[in-house]
Design a protein around this ligand. Structure first.
Ligand SMILES: [Zn+2]
Length: 126
């Protein structure tokens, strides 16, 4: 991939990184606020609803943290010069796919193979 393209994807990834880092902070802040608001509330219905909301915020935070980790990995691959190459077969990942999923580690073929193999990978697919 030429330098100009790499810079293009780096730009996208940096923007997404900022955005998702912000999301992580907000999710964590919301979850913490709920913990703080927990004080002295004894109504069991409110309590359980609060627990559910808190759980949702924590999960969102985890998911966002995972996305941030994926973006970090992609930026690392840019630095290493391996960005845009399939981590399984070494072929170049089509740019169209990278535009849609800039953190993609595999081409569509390998992604499908991996998903079928472990069945638990919830990474975005095309
Ligand atoms: Zn591949």
């Amino acid at each position: 991939m030429d330098a100009e393209k790499i810079e293009h994807f780096r730009g996208i990834l940096m923007k997404q990184l900022r955005q998702h880092t912000q999301n992580v902070r907000e999710s964590q802040a919301s979850a913490l606020e709920m913990v703080a608001a927990d004080d002295g509330v004894k109504d069991s219905v409110d309590m359980s609803l609060q627990d559910v909301n808190q759980e949702i915020q924590l999960r969102l935070g985890e998911r966002e943290s995972q996305i941030v980790a994926d973006i970090d990995q992609a930026l690392l691959r840019i630095d290493e010069g391996s960005y845009g190459e399939c981590a399984r077969c070494g072929k170049l990942i089509p740019e169209k796919r990278l535009e849609a999923v800039p953190t993609a580690r595999y081409d569509a073929e390998c992604q499908t193979f991996i998903e079928q193999r472990d069945g638990t990978d919830d990474a975005p697919t095309l």
